[in-house]
Design a protein around this ligand. Structure first.
Ligand SMILES: [Zn+2]
Length: 133
């Protein structure tokens, strides 16, 4: 995954280059965890000098999803989390207690199973923090 992939999509969709779109993409590129809109907004306020409207943020995120660059995961409250699409299926755990979403490292399973063509798989169980309570 790299910024070139984004540039290819911009070219094929004949979209205009946008500095803010690139910044959001880089944010997702550098994050191993999935990010909610409020997390993205918070990160942007620290790294991106211009103010970006929520509308524009959603427009950029939808562009990524339409271009199949990004997947969107919803928690039990229908809150959306965004993660860059990877070549292998991705596994996410949604905590049944606090709904925290964490990416899991399940390479062994994905390489040898019927899940091979899944975009992503969500598992519902208590996260480590909630298990200790
Ligand atoms: Zn939890």
């Amino acid at each position: 995954m790299s910024i070139e992939k984004l540039n290819e999509c911009i070219k094929s969709k004949k979209a205009n280059h946008s500095r803010s779109r690139e910044v959001i993409y880089n944010l997702l590129l550098n994050s191993n965890e999935c990010l909610s809109v409020s997390q993205i907004t918070k990160e942007l306020s620290q790294t991106y000098p211009k103010k970006l409207s929520l509308n524009s943020l959603y427009r950029h995120l939808n562009f990524f999803i339409e271009s199949e660059l990004v997947i969107v995961i919803q928690d039990d409250y229908k809150r959306a989390y965004y993660h860059l699409k990877e070549n292998n299926p991705m596994f996410f755990n949604i905590c049944t207690n606090c709904t925290n979403i964490k990416k899991l490292d399940y390479k062994e399973i994905s390489a040898s199973s019927e899940f091979i063509d899944a975009e992503f798989i969500t598992i519902h169980k208590k996260c480590e923090k909630c298990k200790q309570k």
